[in-house]
Write a protein of this length. Sequence first.
Lengths: 300, 276
Amino acid sequence: MAVRLYGEPGLRQPDMVVGWPGIGNIGLIVVDALRQALGAEELGEIEPWDFFYPSKVVIRGGVLETLEFPGNKFYYRQLEHRDLLLFTGEEQPSGQGREYAEGGKAYEMANLVLDVAEEFGCRRVYTSGAAVALTHHELRPKVWAVATSPQLLAEAKGYVNTVLMSEVEGRGNFGNITGLNGLLIGVARKRGFEGVCLMGEIPDYLSRIPFPYPRASQSVLEVLGAALGIAIDPKALDSMAAQMDGVISNVFRQFPPEVREKIDQRKHEIQTRPGMITDEEEKWLKEHIDEFFKGGEKEQ
Amino acid sequence: MTEVVQFSARPEFRSPTLLVGWAMDAARLGWRVTGHLIDRLGGQPFCHIEPLDFFPLGGVTIENDLVLFPESTFYACPEKDLVVFRSTPPGHEWYRFLNLVLDVAQDYCHVREMYTVGSMIALGPHTAPRQFFGTVSSRELKTELSAYGLTREVDYETPPGGRPTLNSYSLWVGKRRGIYGANLWAPVPFYLVSSDDPASYRTVLGFLDERLDLGLDLTDLDEQAKALNERIDRIRTSSPAVDGYIRKLEENVGLSQGEGEKLAKELEDLLREEEG
């Protein structure tokens, strides 16, 4: 189990931004967009075989040439005022048939990522993921933030379009962040890094659909750009977001009319009377959406 | 703490071949081929891998009222200089598991070549000749095995969303460690996948017999294959639907998904009925 670095660029206390797949692939899209927008260069990788089943075999002329594994790569970019380390994993090491990472493998991977952060003198780590929310797909997703220290929370409160997790109506003071996008922040805290997790809102009724949700990634990217003090044009994701808007509208049109009506009421309620979606309404909708998707699975 | 790899005997080999078969492929081909060899060659278990690190042990699987438990066992057939490894496919830690298999094969047995056995679901009829083939891990072996009519100019990449087979993974790990070999792929007609298909494992065993000079008498498998064909012929006479579907396949006309499912279900039921 090892990290392979291709070089040793001299970085000045870089911040690190990390993304793995998850609901809506929100964090992964954020890091990919950052990497492309900044023209980040490859720095290294985590050897994948202890974490993943291979994703592809290549056979040429009857000879097994190679086996490919999900990628886990580090990138870096030296900017005028700030250096950045990026990490993306194509899969979470789920090991025991679970959807998201947990347990020994996840902990090992989180530590390997942070080993590289430490080696380059990194001071702060950002992860991002999905915040499943009682919202509407036509509303701008907010960003929920959690952090590893009260000082950072105070900073996060000042970010644009951002709420702290505890401020979200009905959530109370407790919650959890599933998978490596959450675990990494925990391990970062244990190891003494500053850590912030930024979660883009995805409507509850879309969270079970295996589609990317780039509108939420756009919101996170906007916050991250401001937090890092770098100019990232969130419109970089416009074409992907527009494409997914069309797909989501199509799915939404297939919902039963009474479900659509209930969801559409949210647009009004959230804008005028935040917090007015009751537990009963939430339960009713969840049951009807589950029923709708179960029907789709049966038809397949 | 229990050792992950446990030896119960220390048989001696010269420069053996490793044969790997997994439970749970179509028609249980790998399991049947390895079982047949162990049975015929008097193979004796000499080593196993403990399941704790590799299998979900949250309970136990029951199949036809029988309790199943993961097993990963090495058998020695020293007279034929053959090592057979039979295992339930691991549920996680695949790379470590395959390396443990090859640690035993390479460091203890000094294996020089490896074969894995797997089945392919074929869309053609059982009356067509079985187009058996292999994928190899070196060009040298490809040249060598072409004498057995085993190799083909196959180009293949796992399609998006798919995963390579455990056989490909095994062959790749072997290649990284300098143990070259082949995955042996035998087609099993789709409507015999959940039954039995002696013709398919006869094909694989015929190759292994020739390549490894095992001196096997495969007459009984020829007879079993013939008997199965005769049973299917009888079913075809009594069931116009089954006959119609198989005839279409013999005329190289594809079946719809529904037709294919009906053929598989009906034939399976009728074969079971015949067995009483």
